[in-house]
Each structure stands twice: as structure tokens, then as C-alpha cells.
Design a protein around this ligand. Structure first.
Ligand code: NAD
Length: 531
């Protein structure tokens, strides 16, 4: 168990090595890269089914009840067996995190940033292996898995630089006869509660932002993806993270997660997940528990019902490609996924014809073999998606897909396009979180914008048009946290596209942006009289 920051720092990138740069994505059409990922997949395959412990204050703990993480493409294959934290673990883990906070909050920001730089280096060395875990645990294809790990590296590099920048903050004015300073100090113990869909990047991003700011963390990963989180915590330890700074506690959201959120000593909650759970957490966090002396901070990133508007002036082929990628990348299981294509009636039929041909080229199958689309996350999710499709068949016109892919045990669903969906209908309003695209006909651009804005969400959106006037209007009127013009609405890059949504999509926390670490700190102003 690592207890010091003196761990080896081979190849460590130092902040003075230059400004932040995004980690390049791997080109798998190159045979050497394809060989490396295949080798990593075989290595990880040989490690499937291992058992992982809770980690509380550096202690490994076993529980009677277990969580089994299964491969969605082959559910009989166990990816990892995990302990299940219960309510009885809440006090011990809080005690460990509070105790670690005493020293970690006083550790210099340079040391904390160095920990993240070191983690980035280790991840670069094991990029293929980490990606391979995602192939098995959540059914990402090679490129999607690689992008998830690249984003994790980006968060290490970006937040460490941001913490160093924040540590040099100055007050805009110095009063005569005073030395005035402003410092961003840590908050305390945070509950970090990620979803399964970016099981490395989002889980790690909220954790890294927490610890580089000097907080300590109770990390409760999703029960669908605890193994990659266990691997990440092992990496933090290897990089020299002191005991108790990140405590690893898979457990049920409704019992353990809920109890941590409600605990009087929890200072903040960093959550990414569904609208329903986000709202529950918001409510619980707003209730003062006996002994609680602060207002809990909530950083809540939630669902989406993201739209791409295809205007009459658009380059149709480019728009079709963008819609297909944004709707069906990672089986449509991205908060940013395009689930509504809103298309001008003058090009509607041509768009549908082109989209049908493009979508029918998507190969569904085992992501270990690098099919375009893998399985959806679990059986419950598959059933929900198929129910939405049944609904869509009645409400609209099925263009392609519509079925579970049979012939194996995996949770494979065909990429599905349903046209003639009416504004305000179920398929047009509710987040499905699967490979289902609703196509909606708009009379004109005004109508398209009106439909696009008429849900309770506001996460991502895109417009395909060659008209500068219409681009300007979209910038003014399309009310989403992340707007894209003439490109797909998925694939936000750290630094370039700070990410977070409006309305019921969340608190617009803008992960990967220059405001993010303010959410994990509190500003202290000090005015000292100069004698
Ligand atoms: P989810 O809300 O079901 O679960 C998210 C996390 O919350 C899990 O770790 C879960 O165990 C935990 N949880 C559940 N109930 C809880 C409770 N009562 N108290 C505390 N924790 C609890 O979401 P999911 O299925 O894992 O992820 C999919 C959702 O996440 C989609 O709605 C998607 O849009 C959203 N998402 C949003 C963003 C974004 O940046 N806005 C990014 C990714 C995913």
C-alpha cells in the first residue's frame, strides 16, 4: 500500500513542460495499434472474474454480499466480483476520509498536481489494457474505449494545471496599507457518484478534480462498471496516493449511496447520472441532518434528449454521417447522443433514405472483435429500450432496426430509426439511452428550433446548415450547454468543449473547463494590515 508521494516518477510530465494538449486518439486502422489492442484484450480476458475489495482508509475489506460485473455482450462471463458496501460501512469510510483530509488538505498543490501527472504517465503506458477492460465491462468498441481512456488522461493533465493556476489567484485590487489575498481551499469529504457509460473518464474526472483540489473522496462506482474503477484506484495507489484520500466503495445507490449523500459530514456530492437520481440527491442534500453545519454543495450532471437540426441548406451527406455517428456511437448510450433528428420537410424524404442506407451498414456484434456497435449495458436496459421501440412503432414509422439481435446471449439491439415522430410525444420527450433515433419533420427553421428547445433537458445539440444567419440564430436561440455547428453533438474534448447541460440536464458544471475546480473549492479572502 502506497502511503507517500515519493513513488517513482518516471517520465513524469511537469507543468512547465508546456500548455495542456489533448491526448491523441489511437488509429486502429494501423496494424500495429490493432495488434496492441488485441494483445491487451487477451491479457484482460485472462484476468476476468477476479475479486476486488472495498478500500477504506487503505484497508482491504470483504463483505458477505457481492456485486458481479458482467460482460453485456456475454452476460455469463463475469468481469469482476466486488464487495458490496452497506449502511454499516458509511461511518468507517467517513472516518477514514475525514482523517485523510487533515493531511491531504494541507499537502501542497504541487504535490497533489504531481500525483495526477504521474497517474497520466501510468495510464499512457497502460492505455490499451485499460481500454480492454471497457470492452469487456461495458461493451465499448476499440475506438470508444480508447477515447474514454484518452479523456481520463486529459482530465489528469488538465485539472492538475488548473489547480496550479488557481493556487496563484490574486485579488483584483490591493487596498493601501494591506496585503490582500484570495485562496481557493478544499471543501472536505466529497461523495463521488458516477454512471457506467463513461466508466473511466467520468468516474476519474470527478475524483481527480476532487483530490487535486485537496478534498478526500468516498467513491461509489456504478454497479455496472466497478472493475474499471477498481483498476483506476489501484493506479492512484501505485502513483503514491496516501491512504484514505480515495476510498473505494461499490454498493447499491439506493442504500449505501443514499446514506453517504445524507451523512452530516458529507460536504459535497459530485454526481453524474439520470435526472431522477440527480433530483433525489439534490433533495436529500438540501435537508440539514442533525450535526450538519454547512450547506452541501451539489454538482449534478444529468440526462439529455439531444437534437440535431438538419436544415434545408445543409450538406446532406455530412449531416447524415453526423447524425448516424451521434445517434449510434456506443449504442446511443451517451448523455450527448443524438436521439432526435429534426429535419426540414423539403429534404425529409431524402434524408431518411440516406440515413437508412448508412445505418444499415452498422455492424452489431462483440466489441472484442471491434464490431461498430456492442451490446447495451444490461438486461433491464435492453427491455426498456425495446419497450420504447414498441411505442415508437405505434407512434411513428419504423425505418430500420427495431429488434433485439438474436442468436446469442448478449444484450444486442439493432440500431433503430423511427420516422414521423410528433413533437411532444413520448419518444420525442423522454431519454431512452439506447440505439433509438426519432426523426421529426419540421415545417421550417423556426419550427425546428421550437421543437429542439421544447423538452425539459438542454445538454447538447447540433445544427447542420450553410446559412450564416441560421448559425447565428442557433447560437442565440438553441438553449443547450454544448452546441455544435456542422458537426455531430457527441465527442466533447477536454479544454475545447467544457461539458455540462442546462435545465434538467444538470447544474452546468462544465467538466474539462476553466470553471470546474471552483466547484470543488471555496474561496477565502485574507486582508492583512501592513505595519
Ligand atoms: P443512474 O442515475 O441510474 O446512476 C448513476 C449513479 O447513481 C450510479 O452510481 C448509481 O448507483 C447511483 N445511485 C442510484 N441511486 C442513488 C441514490 N438514491 N443515491 C445515491 N446514488 C444513487 O444513471 P446511470 O444509468 O448510471 O447513467 C445513465 C444516465 O447518466 C443517463 O441519464 C445519462 O444521460 C446520464 N449521464 C449524464 C452525463 C452528463 O454529463 N450530463 C454524462 C453521462 C451520463
Amino acid at each position: 500500500m502506497a502511503t507517500t508521494l515519493e513513488a517513482p516518477t518516471r517520465n513524469r510530465i511537469r507543468p512547465h513542460d508546456g500548455p495542456f494538449k489533448n491526448e491523441p486518439l489511437t488509429n486502429f486502422s494501423r496494424e500495429d495499434n490493432a495488434r496492441k489492442i488485441r494483445a491487451a484484450i487477451e491479457k484482460v480476458r485472462s484476468q476476468l472474474g477476479r475479486e476486488y475489495d472495498l478500500i477504506i482508509g487503505g484497508n482491504r475489506i470483504k463483505t458477505q454480499e457481492k456485486i458481479k460485473s458482467l460482460n453485456p455482450a456475454k452476460p455469463s462471463q463475469v468481469v469482476g466480483v466486488h464487495q458490496k458496501a452497506g449502511k454499516e460501512h458509511v461511518e468507517p469510510v467517513m472516518k477514514a476520509a475525514l482523517s485523510a483530509f487533515e493531511s491531504w488538505s494541507r499537502t501542497s498543490v504541487e504535490q497533489r498536481a504531481n500525483l495526477l501527472f504521474h497517474v497520466a504517465d501510468l495510464l499512457r503506458e497502460r492505455k490499451f489494457e485499460f481500454a480492454a477492460w471497457l470492452v469487456f465491462e461495458v461493451s465499448k468498441n476499440w475506438a470508444e474505449a480508447d477515447a474514454d481512456i484518452a479523456e481520463t488522461i486529459d482530465f489528469c493533465e488538465f485539472y492538475s494545471r488548473e489547480a496550479l493556476r488557481l493556487s496563484k489567484a490574486e485579488t483584483p485590487v490591493q487596498m493601501p496599507g494591506e496585503r490582500d489575498s484570495l485562496m481557493y481551499i478544499p471543501l472536505g469529504v466529497g461523495a463521488v457518484i458516477p454512471p457506467w457509460n463513461f466508466p473511466c473518464a467520468i468516474m476519474a474526472g470527478m475524483t481527480l478534480a476532487s483530490i487535486v483540489s485537496g478534498n478526500t473522496v468516498i467513491l461509489k462506482p456504478s454497479s455496472d462498471s466497478p472493475t474499471i474503477a477498481a483498476k483506476f484506484v489501484e493506479l492512484l495507489e501505485e502513483a503514491g496516493m496516501p491512504e484514505g484520500v480515495v476510498n473505494f466503495c461499490p454498493g447499491a445507490g439506493a442504500s449505501f449511496g443514499n446514506a453517504v449523500v445524507a451523512h452530516p459530514k458529507t460536504r459535497y456530492i459530485a454526481f453524474t447520472g439520470s435526472r431522477e437520481v440527480g433530483l433525489d440527491i439534490n433533495k436529500s442534500a438540501a435537508t440539514q441532518a442533525p450535526g450538519q453545519i454547512w450547506i452541501k454543495r451539489t454538482i449534478l450532471e444529468m440526462g439529455g434528449k439531444d437534437a440535431i437540426i438538419v436544415d434545408v441548406d445543409a450538406d446532406l451527406d455530412v449531416a447524415i454521417e453526423g447524425v448516424a455517428q451521434a445517434a449510434f456511437g456506443f449504442q446511443g448510450q451517451k448523455c450527448s447522443a443524438c436521439s432526435r433528428a429534426i429535419v426540414d420537410e423539403r429534404i425529409y424524404d431524402k434524408f431518411i433514405e440516406g440515413l437508412k442506407a448508412r445505418v444499415e451498414k452498422i455492424k452489431v456484434g462483440d466489441p472484442a472483435e471491434n464490431a461498430n456497435m456492442g451490446a447495451v449495458i444490461n438486461e433491464g436496459s435492453m427491455k426498456t429500450i425495446l419497450e420504447y421501440i414498441e411505442h415508437g412503432r405505434k407512434d411513428g414509422r419504423l425505418i430500420t432496426g427495431g429488434e433485439r439481435v438474436t442468436g446469442g446471449e448478449g444484450y444486442f439491439v439493432q440500431p433503430t430509426v423511427i420516422a414521423d415522430i410528433k413533437p411532444k410525444s413520448k419518444l420525442e420527450q423522454e431519454e431512452i439511452f439506447g440505439p433509438v433515433l426519432a426523426v421529426i419533420k419540421a415545417r421550417n427553421y423556426d419550427h425546428a428550433l421550437e421543437i429542439a428547445n421544447d423538452t425539459e433537458f438542454g445538454l447538447t445539440g447540433a445544427v447542420y446548415t450553410n446559412s450564416q444567419d441560421k448559425i447565428d440564430r442557433a447560437i442565440r436561440e438553441f438553449h443547450v450547454g454544448n452546441l455544435y455547428i456542422n458537426r455531430k453533438c457527441t465527442g466533447a474534448m477536454v479544454g475545447a468543449h467544457p461539458f455540462g447541460g442546462f435545465n434538467m440536464s444538470g447544474t452546468d458544471s462544465k467538466s474539462g473547463g476553466p470553471d470546474y475546480l471552483y466547484l470543488f473549492t471555496q474561496a477565502k479572502s485574507v486582508a492583512q494590515k501592513i505595519q
